[in-house]
Design a protein around this ligand. Structure first.
Ligand SMILES: [Ca+2]
Length: 347
């Protein structure tokens, strides 16, 4: 008899963020469909200040019908960073300046637990069971590892969106934002185990989610709050993506962070190579660069699996279908009442 595989438990470490928002909504669709369990969302300082990433993630969870999933607040000051945040790209609130259109939250930043403590608690309670998906600077993960050495080994897997290997960076000529924002944290995490899964710009630069795709998703139910948010956020992100020349002029934006979910749920869309990833923590021009030795020399071990190729057509197609499912399950509360009335009248 074949024993059914256990649903993966996930902690999402995130700094919403336009592409983070799409990743979270995609993940919530997979939760609603019963493919996974979201144990907690640990927010972090990154695209915008930790206060805003906490609020953004909490609001999105409420919008999608998951107000009780625990949200952690980000550890501040993991390392000194000379980088500006990315409010210019993602909006001052990290959500395309749309957070005022989302539901008010019932949780407070002041009272929330710190993200590193949540990571430690969940990884200690469920050794070998929780997949940590980190789509932001790695400050929380590194802080957990420093407080409790070896704790990251308790994760089933660690999947990171970050780095740029054979392509230019996005925040510096040679460096990607999530790594460069807290290079010391990135170095700590890559040293924590030998099987880090990395989704770098090499593949995510090919993932252009267009305004057309957003409309296609929303047509399932244009009145749904999720539909409206997806369309408006995509329009906002498209404007900044075009201004930063990120999409070859296409009317869309790069959904970097969402690609981490493809690794877990649609692995046929990605190809990986084994590598010993190094983080440049000192370079005058290259601080935050990720690299591995590409020479034909004998290697001694490796610490990561790095995605080098992506089937972008199919990855975006499955993402679109899952977002549609999320919206189709997002029933209007009034409709639910009517269904309830109908149900009781049939009894
Ligand atoms: Ca992010």
């Amino acid at each position: 008899m074949i024993t059914p595989k256990a649903k993966p438990k996930i902690i999402l470490d995130t700094d919403p963020g336009g592409d983070d928002s799409f990743a979270l909504l995609w993940l919530l669709s997979l939760v609603k469909q019963g493919f996974t369990e979201l144990v907690a969302v640990t927010t972090v300082d990154g695209n915008v200040h930790a206060r805003y990433t906490f609020a953004g993630a909490s609001k999105l969870l409420k919008l999608a019908g998951f107000p009780s999933i625990e949200v952690g607040k980000g550890v501040i000051g993991g390392s000194e960073s000379d980088l500006e945040d990315a409010g210019g790209i993602h909006g001052a609130d990290g959500m395309g300046n749309l957070s005022h259109t989302l539901p008010e939250i019932d949780v407070s930043y002041e009272d929330a637990a710190y993200s590193d403590d949540i990571l430690i608690e969940k990884l200690q309670a469920n050794p070998g069971e929780v997949v940590v998906i980190a789509i932001a600077p790695l400050t929380n993960l590194a802080s957990a590892e420093k407080k409790c050495p070896g704790i990251l080994k308790n994760a089933k897997e660690i999947i990171i969106m970050g780095g740029a290997f054979k392509v230019p960076g996005n925040i510096r000529p040679e460096a990607e934002f999530n790594i460069a924002y807290d290079v010391e944290a990135a170095a700590t995490v890559f040293a924590s185990r030998d099987d880090i899964v990395v989704i770098p710009l090499d593949v995510t630069k090919q993932l252009i989610f267009t305004n057309e795709m957003a409309k296609q998703v929303s047509q399932i139910n244009p009145e749904s709050g999720i539909s409206k948010f997806i369309v408006s956020l995509c329009e906002f992100m498209t404007k900044t993506a075009l201004a930063f020349r990120e999409t070859q002029g296409k009317q869309g934006f790069l959904v970097h962070d969402a690609a981490t979910l493809a690794y877990l749920f649609y692995p046929e869309t990605l190809l990986f190579r084994r590598a010993d990833v190094m983080i440049e923590t000192k370079g005058e021009w290259t601080r935050g660069k990720t690299l591995f030795d590409r020479r034909n020399k004998t290697k001694f071990g490796a610490n990561a699996w790095v995605a080098m190729e992506v089937d972008s057509v199919n990855l975006l197609a499955v993402m679109i279908e899952d977002l549609k499912v999320l919206i189709s399950l997002d029933l209007d509360p009034r409709l639910l009442e009517e269904v309830g009335d109908l149900g009781s009248s049939l009894l």
